[in-house]
Design a protein around this ligand. Structure first.
Ligand code: PSV
Ligand code: MN
Length: 400
């Protein structure tokens, strides 16, 4: 490995951080059931402890995304939550409002035909914005489950207009530090239409909302075969890419661990970002990288460490694409050479150099092995089993 390649890998890793989702540490399942794990987090304190452990081992996950209704209870003191996070070496990251669980939202939340239900949903978003301010979190992400199940059930245009108006009002409530990210998803739980179905709709809503709004790309929220890196390229070029929810999928929004099905796709996405920076004298845009996965079969903390390691590896590999050379191949129509350049970077074994980078930071060269040797899981499993018994509950966490 040349010193130049080594440097590129180290620079990429120095730059790369990824946020962990609190909900990835709790018991989760599918609509058919849950398989419970002894070590699953019971409450926010456990989730922050587990996320802190992942950060301690990987050195690149200083923030934890929270889901407002799963992680907070009426009367919780945000200052206390911030202190708790700090005790585990992490900070609260993105705030995820929840407009999909309440019975009131059967016909939608922000797009509900009833004004009083829309108002209730608006209050929740405004409370979430305020919660973010009191936690010094800079990101509010909106995933809207609203939509309809049958043709004719609702007016698609009327719902769009109502949502645009609500978003504009939220923009006025943001502090200067806050960014509002708009996530899209073409299906589930709604199965005829969803009110924010694709990146174009997120883009339009964000543009109309105001300068502090951007698009959030969840890799699991696309139709089969969709070219996600093209979406990324367009959003980068329009300065509208706010962040990612990373996960992998085979069929739908499967929430599988990143890179388990198609690592080359994640590499190509990162390639677009490195390529964009290369065209801007090495300046990288501010993008929030976040994990959005729930692990219902794999051990949760291991799955999270595995995900973070995969993200680091693919980000580092994509930094090795020689963009100057690529441009030359493109200009000359040298298709085979251009593709070969991509493949060469993807196939490069960067694991040794990543291990070196970790050692240089006082980290274990293999965070997964270090985790297994730490005895952390055995300790928390015993503790959480006893606490669940004392509380008289069988399942932990609050993910519904
Ligand atoms: C919806 O599928 C989603 O991607 C949203 O980001 C939610 O906040 C998250 O999953 C909950 O798991
Ligand atoms: Mn998501």
């Amino acid at each position: 490995m040349t010193p130049e390649i080594r440097l590129r890998i180290h620079e990429a890793l120095d730059r790369f951080e990824i946020e962990l989702p609190s909900w990835g540490f709790a018991d989760t399942g599918t609509r058919f059931g849950k398989f419970l794990q002894d070590g699953a987090a019971i409450d926010l304190a456990d989730k922050l402890a587990d996320a802190g452990e992942v950060h301690k081992l990987t050195g690149c996950c200083p923030k934890v995304a929270v889901h407002v209704l799963w992680d907070f209870e009426e009367g919780d003191d945000p200052a206390e939550v911030a202190r708790l996070a700090a005790r585990h070496g992490v900070k609260i990251g993105s705030i995820n409002p929840n407009l999909f669980q309440d019975q009131d939202y059967r016909l939608g939340s922000l797009c509900n035909p009833a004004a009083e239900i829309r108002a209730r949903a608006c209050r929740h978003i405004e409370d979430s914005i305020k919660l973010g301010q009191s936690l010094e979190s800079e990101i509010v992400t909106l995933w809207l489950a609203d939509g309809t199940n049958y043709p004719g059930q609702g007016s698609i245009r009327a719902r769009k207009q109502v949502l645009e108006k609500a978003l504009e009002e939220f923009h006025g409530k943001l502090s200067e530090e806050q960014t509002f990210l708009i996530e899209y998803k073409p299906f589930e739980p709604a199965f005829y239409h969803t009110d924010i179905a694709d990146w174009g709709m997120s883009y339009i809503y964000a543009k109309k909302m105001g300068p502090q709004a951007k698009v959030l790309v969840d890799t699991g929220h696309h139709y089969q075969g969709q070219n996600i890196e093209q979406i990324v390229a367009w959003l980068l070029d329009e300065d509208m890419l706010g962040g990612f929810h990373f996960n992998d999928r085979r069929y739908a929004d499967d929430d599988l661990t990143l890179g388990s099905i198609d690592p080359y796709q994640i590499f190509r996405i990162f390639g677009e970002i490195h390529g964009y920076a290369a065209s801007k004298d090495g300046r990288y845009p501010g993008i929030e990288y976040m994990v959005d996965q729930s692990h219902n079969l794999k051990p949760k903390i291991e799955a999270m460490i595995e995900t973070v390691m995969t993200a680091q590896e693919l980000y580092a590999k994509a930094a090795l694409i020689d963009f100057g050379q690529l441009e030359k191949h493109q200009a000359s129509g040298e298709i085979v050479d251009a593709e070969r350049l991509m493949k060469q970077a993807f196939n490069k074994d960067v694991s040794g150099e990543i291990a070196e980078w970790r050692k240089g930071r006082g980290l274990s060269p293999d965070p997964l092995i270090a985790f297994r040797e730490s005895g952390y899981l055995e300790r928390i499993a015993a503790d959480r089993l006893a606490r669940r018994a004392a509380l008289g509950i069988s399942e932990s966490g609050s993910y519904a």
